[in-house]
Design a protein around this ligand. Structure first.
Ligand SMILES: Cc1cc2nc3c(=O)[nH]c(=O)nc-3n(C[C@H](O)[C@H](O)[C@H](O)COP(=O)(O)O)c2cc1C
Length: 225
């Protein structure tokens, strides 16, 4: 698949078939993501790839704690309320997803159901927990580097016909994830990527999120000289 096609067609996948993903395929994808650039080639990331029993344990632990009212516990908080234009975009994608799924605004039960799916990492057969070196916690560039690698990861997955969604929901209860996956204390759990073969019949998978127009994000200077 051409890079341009993969970039244009990739979208977050939130419904998967039960088919497993081989370790070999995952290794190929991760090897591609591992080519990501990083500040001074520091490569601060670590990946923990879960499937089968450990992933089920993570799902259960994460979901049970969210249900019993345990406050979210993340190494890096990303659940602060967005405001203004950021909040508007957050609502827009939620509306697109709920419309696709036929979930009415006031249907609390189905909305809650959707949220719970997120805490289960959309029942994906694989979860990749993305970490970076704790010693670089205060170095914002390490977050940037790890994010760049993660985008490479989802693009590489897409190029092989796999679907993925980067998601914070799956690691809302990070201590549980750390314990089950035996993640060393010297690593910060940043996010996770739910990954598998896309379920073609899952309607939310066809949602295409909108983007800001380039004229609102980009300035060109000196081109008319
Ligand atoms: C850091 C990060 C965290 C995310 N967390 C979630 C999440 O918890 N649940 C979810 O459904 N999607 C999550 N997403 C996916 C975004 O909602 C999605 O990328 C965005 O709406 C754009 O849609 P697209 O990926 O289909 O282009 C996350 C994406 C990123 C980059």
């Amino acid at each position: 698949m051409e890079l341009e096609q993969a970039i244009n067609e990739r979208r977050s996948i939130r419904g998967f078939t039960k088919d497993p993903v081989s370790q070999e395929t995952l290794q190929e994808i991760i090897a591609l993501a591992n080519r990501a650039p990083s500040s001074m080639n520091t490569q601060p990331w670590h990946l923990h790839v879960l499937t089968g029993a450990p992933l089920e344990q993570v799902r259960r632990g994460n979901t049970e704690r969210m249900l019993d009212g345990t406050p979210p516990s993340r190494d890096i908080e990303d659940y602060a309320a967005y405001e203004g234009e950021h909040r508007a975009r957050q609502i827009e994608i939620a509306v697109q997803l709920f419309e696709a799924m036929g979930i009415e605004r006031h249907d609390k039960e189905r909305r809650q159901d959707w949220v719970m799916r997120g805490f289960r990492q959309f029942d994906a057969p694989v979860s990749i927990v993305v970490c970076f070196d704790r010693s670089l916690l205060d170095n914002t560039i390490a977050h940037f580097d790890t994010g760049a690698m993660t985008y490479g990861l989802v693009l590489a997955a897409w190029s092989k016909g796999l679907g993925a969604v980067i998601n914070g929901q799956g690691i809302m209860q990070s201590p549980v994830v750390r314990e089950i996956a035996n993640i060393p204390e010297d690593q910060i759990i940043l996010t996770c990527v739910a990954l598998g073969w896309p379920d073609e019949d899952f309607v939310a998978n066809s949602v295409v999120s909108r983007r800001r127009a380039l004229e609102n994000t980009t300035r060109f200077l000196g081109f008319e000289d």
